[in-house]
Design a protein around this ligand. Structure first.
Ligand SMILES: Cc1ncc(C[n+]2csc(CCOP(=O)(O)OP(=O)(O)O)c2C)c(N)n1
Ligand SMILES: [Mg+2]
Length: 320
């Protein structure tokens, strides 16, 4: 662990921001305040932050339907994201994208999207640019998306073109309601990625430091011109597949156990306080600061303007 105090505070702040963001959405969706379909990322924070803390705006990421965490970790404006999800024309995508279509090209965040397996080919396209600029392109995918043909084709093309693309598989053990142990053939998605001819490793997705260290190795490897790599992160999701999912497929007591034993924020707190790198009060101060930010963002969103019919056809095509 060789992290400065500032780096540790930044990493925890990012993870806490994702958690508080998702918890607030969970409450507001239950109250009927937010329209549309939402997939929450809570539980997986160490994955997005452990990856994105290495990246700058010229590195690309492509997200999934469960994208809020990736956006926050890549530096998207949190107030703009909440306004987007609330449907305001002041939102990051002018209120026309919503939860599943948040993007910020200036931050290298190429977008969330609702088509499972659509991310990997986009990351390969961005990887062609990344190769010419000395950057990396990251495809976040789930354990379900690893079974899609688009993902296979993208992995093959990245190997053939020797692109600096990293396929990050967040294995939260469910694809909607289907268990990964049942649905993913071969021994694991890591074995499968290796079969395409790329370096393929695993890390502990509930431990920020495990993800961070593994990603350092892979980014260096890709930037050295060795072609793509893959990483499988063992992680957990704390809410349903979508908001409203009754989660009857979970084992008895499963969620309570995950929150107790496999919470990446708790794991982080324990590690840094036991190692005397940060004190409990440092972490409590970040918690308070982040809660206040989310509160302010929601308050601003409620009174923010909505898009009008006159704006419906704007931004459909990009103009050069
Ligand atoms: C091409 C396609 N097939 C099916 C779906 C329906 N669908 C939405 S999310 C999802 C599960 C994805 O599971 P995973 O990749 O593990 O991501 P997670 O939800 O666990 O984050 C499915 C099947 C879809 N959106 N797109
Ligand atoms: Mg999954």
């Amino acid at each position: 662990m060789q992290h400065s105090r500032e780096a540790l505070i930044q990493a925890y702040r990012q993870m806490k921001t994702i958690r508080a963001f998702e918890e607030r959405l969970h409450d507001d969706i239950a109250l009927g305040e937010i329209a549309g379909f939402t997939h929450l990322y809570a539980g997986q924070e160490a994955c997005a932050v452990g990856v994105c803390e290495h990246l700058g705006p010229a590195d690309y990421i492509i997200s999934t339907h469960r994208g809020h965490g990736h956006c926050i970790a890549k530096g998207c404006d949190v107030v703009g994201m909440i306004k987007e999800i609330y449907g305001s024309s002041d939102g990051l995508c002018k209120g026309k994208g919503g939860s599943m279509h948040i993007a910020d090209i200036n931050k290298g965040m190429l977008g969330a999207n609702g088509i499972v397996g659509a991310g990997a080919p986009i990351a390969v396209g961005a990887g062609i640019t990344a190769k010419s600029t000395g950057n990396v392109s990251i495809a976040f995918s789930g354990d379900g998306a690893c079974n899609q043909g688009t993902t296979f084709e993208a992995m093959n093309m990245a190997v053939v073109l020797k692109l600096p693309v990293i396929f990050v598989f967040e294995n939260n053990h469910y694809s909607e309601h289907t268990g990964e142990a049942y649905a993913v053939g071969a021994e694991s998605m890591t074995v499968r990625a290796a079969a395409f001819g790329m370096k393929a490793i695993k890390a502990n997705g509930i431990d920020f430091f495990s993800v961070y260290d593994a990603m350092r190795e892979l980014i260096d490897y890709c930037k050295a011109g060795n072609g793509p790599a893959s990483i499988e992160l063992d992680t957990e999701r704390f809410y349903g597949h979508f908001e409203g999912d009754p989660q009857r497929y979970r084992g008895k007591g499963e969620l309570d156990r995950l929150r107790e034993e496999r919470d990446c924020l708790k794991v982080f707190r324990t590690k840094v306080t036991e190692a005397k790198l940060l004190e409990g009060k440092d972490i409590d101060a970040i918690d308070e600061e982040v809660e206040a930010l989310i509160e302010r963002a929601v308050a601003e969103s409620k009174s923010a303007p909505r898009p009008t019919a006159a704006h419906v056809l704007e931004d459909v095509y990009i103009s050069y």
